[in-house]
Design a protein around this ligand. Sequence first.
Ligand code: ADP
Ligand code: MG
Length: 387
Amino acid sequence: MNLHEYQAKEIFARYGIAVPQGSLATSPEQARAVAKSLGGERFVVKAQVHAGGRGKVGGVKLVTGVDAVEDAAKGMIGQRLVTKQTGAEGLPINSVWVERPSNIARELYVSALVDRTEEKIVFMASAEGGMDIEEVAEHSPEKIKSIHVHPAAGLQPFQARQLGFFMGLDKDQVAQFTQALLGVYRIVNELDASQVEINPLIVTAEGQIMALDAKLNFDANALYRQKAIAEMRDPSQEDEREREASKYDLNYVTLEGTIGCMVNGAGLAMATMDIVKLHGGQPANFLDVGGGTTAEKVTEAFKLITKSEDVKAIFINIFGGIVRCDLIAEGIIQACRQTGLKLPVVARLQGTNMEKGREMLESSGLKITPVSDLTEAAKTVVALANG
Ligand code: ADP
Ligand code: MG
């Protein structure tokens, strides 16, 4: 689960990481009032969406005077912001964060995340902040330094100092940087953050270390014990179908293809997407309906898949181990009738009661093609999707 920059900055401040002074506004008038109360001549107005890359597309504006703050907010609130990280539809801007501008001397990059291979928290830092860190990682990986934290020892100040000196900070700045990094580590541990990214972390002309941007991501499996974090969730920033799916305990991810996939088990779901691609098709989604699925879940899954106008055919690939194939068939038929489905469906049911399931599909009178061989099923659905 992601937070907005303003929420992340509030958390940063609580954990001893310096951030610019600012406040949230949900209307242009409020933005003006915020600027007035901050005082001074110049302000930064920042669109609050769950995505980075805002600076390059007008989502971060440095302006002079409270009138300009109001204008900038007017141009943002109610619009959708499309950045490199959002996809073509963009995300709705419902609020702006108005803050004091900083006197930037240097823009650095720092992040902490879970390294699953090493089973440790890894900190990464680079003197090349403010820009695309993915590009730095690709073209000049030597400009990024990583350190792993031993889970029993925790982040050691000497490790933070190593990163600080690597980025060319002086002694006083390294001391501030170390404090900030220890705060980041506490956020990871105490709040179950799975990713903390500060890009840019700046050195001001006065030599102060400060977080100008803030990205926080939380482990959804830990939200049951992080009530305060869970309450900060903003559903308007989430994919509508993924949000709907989570209500029914379905693991769903929107993709860009034309073949809707409904599978049980994450491994089989991935294999299904692979084989669809192998035969020239593009999956429209990843969907794992779970091991002990029910007819109701199958119906909800169908509704989700068919919400997208890009979907031209549906591929159902179910292994009946815990769940019986006839129950799945019943769910499919019920879902097709309920949703008035017009799309062609290829169904591969294997396992317990597969014959019965197959018979039910065949005699349903619906546009469902039962296929038992996986390769044949994939080829059939690709052909149907291509019209
Ligand atoms: P994004 O990563 O979404 O583009 P950032 O918050 O990183 O948004 O802002 C983009 C750039 O705008 C920063 O790299 C920095 O140069 C500038 N900027 C952001 N906030 C401030 C601020 N308070 N004072 C001065 N410059 C800022
Ligand atoms: Mg940024």
